[in-house]
Ligand binder design. Structure first.
Ligand SMILES: [Zn+2]
Length: 150
């Protein structure tokens, strides 16, 4: 069994890092560690200019990236629009059948502008998970009515 060049603790043959002191045991591991440290340094250097409201998450994730977060947010918004408008189109084809109304409510709930409107009486926008939940409830009611009545 080889031993760690730094602390002489025994290391597994295929271990990439020393379990005792964390020293990299292979070229790859050393490179990976270098990259990791560099990324962390860039993050610390770049964290001053942040401006966005998402504080608190920094430091908890291993690789927090504001770009990733906005990407995910944009993807969510795009998905919400597609889902919302798709549902409205389907609902409109069913008017005046009973199942069209819960479907219309479902699509209204999931559309991003509605979240902004809920911010006025409530002080802060409803969480997107809540809106998605409302959507799911109305969509299920609509589909149930569609199955039962259609
Ligand atoms: Zn060691």
């Amino acid at each position: 069994m080889p031993s760690c060049p730094r602390c002489d603790a025994p290391v597994d043959d295929n271990a990439r890092y020393c379990a005792q002191c964390g020293a990299p045991q292979t070229e790859d591991a050393a490179e990976e560690l270098d990259e990791y440290v560099q990324r962390q340094a860039e993050q610390v250097a770049g964290s001053d200019g942040g401006g966005g409201g998402g504080s608190g998450s920094r430091g908890t994730d291993v690789f927090p990236s504001t770009e990733e977060l906005t990407d995910r947010e944009q993807l969510w918004r795009r998905g919400s629009y597609v889902l919302g408008y798709g549902t409205i189109v389907i609902a409109m084809t069913r008017v005046p059948a009973a199942e069209s109304w819960p479907l219309i409510l479902a699509s209204v709930a999931i559309l991003p502008p509605i979240r902004r409107l809920t911010a006025e009486p409530l002080g802060s926008p409803l969480k997107r998970e809540v809106m998605a939940g409302i959507y799911a409830v109305f969509a299920v009611i609509g589909i149930a009515l569609f199955v039962l009545l259609g």
